[in-house]
Design a protein around this ligand. Structure first.
Ligand code: FES
Length: 206
């Protein structure tokens, strides 16, 4: 006579976990909802942080892009370099031989590294005409004086470096070891000085 087979049910009884520990099914449901709520809160906080971070990053990179000196930028007078109103167009005719002024590309004065020294080389110095250089000293990054010194050199107020504007701003005195980077310029139909290329090297100390 055969005995009837009984099937062994290995599933944990209702209300227990996989290890067979007991528990109220209502508690398990509550625990699950609590975990879900925690995850939803974390997701919400992450989305909130992203909503603030992404526009800030975008604005930052946009600022960097729009502030760089670029070909075609008109130059305007920088504060303190002339009696002419700050922000006015720098006209080639305003600059007498042997004099210098400082300028910014229009709309880009927020970045101090954009300060530009424009010099009209005296006739007879071998480089007649207008030349432009970065006004940020290559020694430790001070802004050079707007005007030329008695020797016709661009001078730095911090540690007395001097640069000769008639010779590609080569160092002629002081601790700087590198010339001021030069900037190609031209004059447009209105007589305004305009950027016509890129700086010849990095701005300020390397
Ligand atoms: S920063 Fe110009 S000489 Fe030192």
């Amino acid at each position: 006579m055969s005995t009837p087979h009984t099937r062994l049910d290995l599933r944990p009884p209702l209300g227990t976990d996989d290890a067979g520990r007991g528990g109220d099914p209502a508690d398990a449901g509550h625990f699950g909802r609590r975990n879900l709520l925690k995850w939803l809160i974390r997701l919400g906080l992450g989305a909130f942080a992203l909503a603030f971070a992404l526009p800030a990053l975008a604005i930052r990179s946009l600022t960097r892009v729009t502030q760089a000196v670029a070909q075609g930028d008109e130059l305007v007078y920088a504060p303190g370099s002339t009696d002419l109103p700050v922000g006015e167009s720098l006209r080639a005719a305003d600059l007498a031989e042997g004099t210098a002024v400082q300028a910014f590309p229009r709309g880009k004065a927020d970045d101090a590294n954009n300060l530009i020294e424009v010099v009209r080389i005296p006739a007879g110095d071998g480089a007649a005409g207008l030349v432009a250089y970065s006004a940020i000293c290559t020694h430790l990054g001070c802004a050079v004086y707007a005007g030329l010194n008695d020797d016709g050199h661009i001078a730095c107020p911090c540690h007395a470096s001097q640069f000769d504007p008639a010779e590609n701003a080569r160092v002629v005195g002081g601790p700087a070891s590198r010339p001021l980077p030069s900037l190609p310029i031209t004059v447009n139909a209105d007589g305004v000085v305009v950027v016509n290329g890129a700086f010849s090297g990095p701005i300020g100390p390397e």
